[in-house]
Design a protein around this ligand. Structure first.
Ligand SMILES: [Ca+2]
Ligand SMILES: [Ca+2]
Length: 482
């Protein structure tokens, strides 16, 4: 299981191979989903086109949770998780640094929008060394309380077993059975006042036996690394639901969930540096004011991230191999920002429905059916993106309007670069010259035409380095070159 916690480099082809490996299953009644999936698995053709009517129906399609999940998935999943973690995009993002850069930018740009709840903004962001520091925090935390948890007045709970047990009467001091399970820890945290931190005494892989984890109903920080396998959960049930407010989930890997790996409701949550692999439905983000940072989502049968939340920030995530959409912003997602994400080989890269004031900036959208589909969104800010290799349109505007539309790079799209829209005078139409497209290393070569071509929107694009970008200006896409 060690390899499950290893950071997954964004450039690992292996992550994608596993995602593509089991996508022949139809996931819903919508015909276009399996059709797109088949196209993804094979070669792109123009048969995978944007159908606006179906996009309208997408929320239901994604949320309807079919029970077709199973069978082949479990088999493929083991290798896929292993491979993902080997590749482990999440943490590896720090190497490319485009990611953490975005996060800190968000501190500036989004503070107003994203509810004060996210007090940890500075902390997370400043960590250019994200993974390393997070990991050490976990182990420090684990060793401390395990020695004398009874005496500690702090609100820390240390999970000491991978068993998915639920012992009646288990307490912090007397967890019974094999130890304190994650299930028991969440139940205790829910009952205790204040904000608890749940850490782990080892790098556990927890197979949910027959039920989802308890819904988190109080502020808590769940701090892995930890892996949760969800195949035992009943169909149409999220592996972990989160309510209330101010819940932070970090370094969690969930795979094989029959529905959502994590379902957020409430306000002001943060999900960062997690891996969600091969689940039947999306990382579901509902409510308001959430931060979704640096996660790796591979092989979702629905959307990678289904954002039904307003005032939220989706930053520097890596979403690959989603049958339907990489990131889908519903009509409830107004004033949400989608910045610095990488969308690779999804049915649609990004889709936006009837929301208003959504920001889509600095995303790298590669080899999707349609790069970016807009259906009714208004005052959309679309700048500084890279959209390449779509089998259909790069950007497809069905209806809606833009606050700004400019300064993106388009290349190799099978349909129009910008259907029903004008890309803008600062746009670039040239091969972005990724470091290694075939190996999914989507950072820019030094001579890329995307370098220094972005409009400075105030995001911090170079993480720990001085200033907010390198060179003369920010780069297009998710990765700021040196
Ligand atoms: Ca126990
Ligand atoms: Ca630059």
């Amino acid at each position: 299981m060690e390899q499950l916690t290893a950071p997954c480099s964004r450039s690992k082809r292996i992550c994608l191979d596993c995602a593509v490996g089991h996508r022949s299953r139809p996931t819903s009644g919508w015909r276009w989903v399996p059709m797109c999936a088949a196209v993804i698995a094979a070669t792109w053709t123009t048969s995978c086109r944007y159908d606006y009517e179906l996009l309208e129906q997408l929320p239901d399609a994604i949320g309807s949770g079919t029970s077709t999940f199973g069978g082949g998935t479990a088999g493929g999943s083991t290798s896929s998780v292993g491979s993902t973690s080997t590749g482990g995009a999440t943490a590896g993002g720090s190497a490319t640094a485009g990611g953490s850069a975005t996060a800190s930018g968000s501190a500036t740009t989004f503070d107003t929008a994203s509810s004060g709840g996210s007090t940890s903004v500075g902390g997370d962001t400043s960590a250019g060394d994200t993974t390393g520091s997070g990991g050490s925090t976990a182990s420090d935390g684990a060793s401390g309380p395990s020695g004398g948890s009874g005496g500690s007045t702090e609100t820390q709970l240390v999970v000491t077993t991978a068993a998915d047990e639920e012992d009646a009467g288990a307490t912090r001091d007397n967890p019974l059975g094999a130890g304190l399970s994650l299930r028991e820890a969440i139940q205790i945290a829910n009952m205790e006042a204040g904000r608890q931190t749940i850490t782990f005494s080892g790098e556990y892989s927890i197979a949910l036996a027959s039920a989802p984890l308890p819904t988190i109903t109080e502020p808590v920080e769940l701090l892995g690394p930890v892996t949760v396998e969800g195949a035992g959960v009943p169909s149409q049930t999220a592996c972990l639901a989160v309510g209330a407010s101010d819940v932070s989930i970090r370094f969690l890997t969930v795979y094989n969930c029959p529905a959502e790996p994590v379902l957020l409701e409430g306000t002001g949550h943060e999900v960062s540096d997690c891996n969600f692999i091969d689940s039947a439905q999306s990382l579901a983000v509902t409510g308001q004011g959430h931060r979704i940072l640096r996660n790796t989502i591979v092989g979702s049968d629905g959307a990678g991230i289904w954002c039904n939340a307003s005032d939220s920030n989706l930053l520097d995530n890596w979403v690959a191999g989603s049958a339907a959409v990489g990131i889908y912003a519903t009509d409830a997602a107004s004033t949400t920002s989608i910045v610095g994400n990488t969308l690779l080989q999804n049915g649609f890269g990004i889709a936006v429905a009837l929301a208003t004031n959504v920001v889509i900036a600095h995303n790298t959208v590669v080899d999707c059916g349609v790069g970016v589909a807009i259906d009714g969104a208004t005052q959309l800010d679309f700048r500084n993106n890279i959209v390449v290799g779509s089998s259909g349109e790069g950007v497809s505007l069905n209806s809606g309007d833009f606050f700004a539309l400019d300064a993106s790079l388009y290349f190799g799209n099978g349909g129009s670069d910008c259907l029903n829209c004008a890309p803008g005078p600062a746009s670039v139409f040239a091969d972005p010259r990724f470091v290694d497209h075939a190996a999914n290393d989507l950072a820019l070569q030094a001579d890329s035409p995307a370098v220094d071509q972005a409009i400075d929107l105030g995001f911090d694009r170079n993480a720990g380095s001085n200033g907010t970008f390198n060179g003369l200006a920010p780069d297009l896409g998710a990765f700021e070159s040196d």
